[in-house]
Design a binder for this molecule. Structure first.
Ligand code: ITT
Length: 176
């Protein structure tokens, strides 16, 4: 089975849960939709006749409550432009720091299957930790005092949006 992604961190996180999967970096259009499901369904439609094995793709985003869901579906672009320091600036002086990470996995085996995972938490006051990727050093999941950036992959997976979505995929695969 392939995980089609250009992001090695995502692949490493999924591999801890699923075991032997292969990373394949094939570009596919990521449309500018207002929800993550639409993005992955479009991606699967584009890829399904081009890939010779069962595969999955994943799209994710960080939705900050006091910013009305921003960066959300723009998470990738916002990370590349203003980054974590930019988000912390936007949140300057804000006491309501709730945020949710969402992951949507789409698995294709002749049919498309969607698995969604959410992780509630809050935006830290400052960047903490050098593990993981993206917004990990500014996100503290509910039930922990640490940011994802201070966690090893296994610990992050216990809480994370992607861990939850990939475990749903694993359950489905076990039932086949
Ligand atoms: P793909 O090739 O799989 O699309 P990507 O890195 O472009 O990989 P996304 O399109 O899903 O990933 O973009 C979501 C962005 O949100 C990503 O670039 C990160 O900055 C951020 N993000 C998503 N999941 C994250 C996580 O678990 N921890 C930290 N940041 C995350």
């Amino acid at each position: 089975m392939y995980f089609i992604t250009g992001n090695r961190h995502k692949y490493e996180e999924a591999k801890v849960i699923l075991g032997e999967i292969k990373m394949l970096s094939v570009a596919y259009p990521e449309i500018q939709a207002d929800n993550l499901e639409e993005v992955v369904i479009y991606g699967i439609d584009y890829l399904k006749n081009k890939i010779d094995r069962n595969f999955f793709i994943e799209d994710s985003g960080l939705f900050i409550k006091s910013l009305r869901g921003f960066p959300g579906v723009f998470s990738s672009y916002v990370f590349k432009t203003i980054g974590n320091e930019g988000i912390l600036k936007l949140m300057g002086g804000e006491r309501h720091r709730e945020a949710t990470f969402i992951s949507v996995v789409a698995y294709y085996n002749g049919k498309t299957h969607i698995f969604k995972g959410e992780c509630k938490g809050k935006i830290a006051e400052k960047v903490k930790g050098d593990k993981g990727f993206g917004y990990d050093p500014i996100f503290i999941p509910e039930g922990s005092e640490k940011t994802f950036g201070e966690m090893e992959t296994e610990e992050k997976n216990k809480y994370s949006h992607r861990g939850r979505a990939i475990r749903k995929l694993r359950k489905y695969l076990e039932s086949c």
